[in-house]
Design a protein around this ligand. Structure first.
Ligand code: 5GP
Length: 207
């Protein structure tokens, strides 16, 4: 279900500490809203077991990644936990023009860059119920070595304060409920007068 307001799509940025459940919430969101499309990031990190190139990430060499930066092909990029991550620009711009709502899953550095280039975006931060629950979730995922787990938990404590820079904050207690909250936010944002109101009035008057 999606409100059909405005000719351009909405840019949604989702952030939250590693292990908070962004991927699962995103999958559930796609189930309830078929106008949203995910922008697959490019990364220099090695694929995890079960990850597919082109679906989870575009896995890339550092050389290729830096070439893309040089050619202005990335909307934003950042170094996170020793690897590089970035958003291919063309995909996002093309889909927004075509009226699709595009969701980006970014670390806080990337999100702050997008706030500068797309101030009209909707910025949502996903919080874990607690740090101990976050630790359990990362352990359960079982994809990180002990050293990486400590790195990610240390970063999480700092990242959480940056939630203040976002428009919305959601505690991810339960996947379905978080996805449904995000969907409600998207629909409400589409009805904000200063977003599409003038365009809608003109359309109605014409008919
Ligand atoms: P992971 O290695 O766990 O897949 O991702 C590590 C972090 O990088 C997560 O916080 C994730 O949201 C972030 N990330 C994923 N893709 C991008 C991207 O394109 N740009 C930025 N800035 N961060 C990203």
């Amino acid at each position: 279900m999606s409100v059909d307001n405005g000719s351009n799509g909405l840019l949604i940025v989702l952030s939250g500490p590693s292990g908070v459940g962004k991927g699962t919430v995103r999958d559930e969101l796609f189930r309830v809203n078929d106008n949203i499309i995910y922008s697959v990031s490019i990364t220099t990190r090695q694929p995890r077991k079960g990850e597919t190139d082109g679906k989870d990430y575009f896995f890339s060499s550092k050389n290729n990644f830096f070439k893309m930066i040089e050619n202005n092909e990335l909307l934003e990029w950042a170094e996170v936990y020793g690897n590089y991550y970035g958003t291919p620009r063309q995909f996002v711009e093309k889909n927004l023009e075509n009226g699709k709502d595009v969701i980006l899953e970014l670390d806080i550095q990337g999100a702050l860059q997008v706030q500068d280039s797309f101030p009209e975006g909707v910025f949502i931060f996903l919080l874990p119920p607690s740090i101990s629950e976050l630790k359990e979730r990362i352990k359960r995922r079982g994809t990180e070595a002990k050293e990486d787990l400590d790195k990610r938990l240390g970063a999480a404590k700092e990242e959480i304060y940056i939630a203040r820079e976002y428009h919305y904050v959601i505690v991810n207690k339960e996947v379905n409920s978080s996805a449904s909250t995000i969907n409600s936010i998207i629909q409400a944002e589409k009805c904000k007068f200063n977003r599409y109101g003038e365009e809608l009035i003109k359309e109605v008057i014409k008919k």
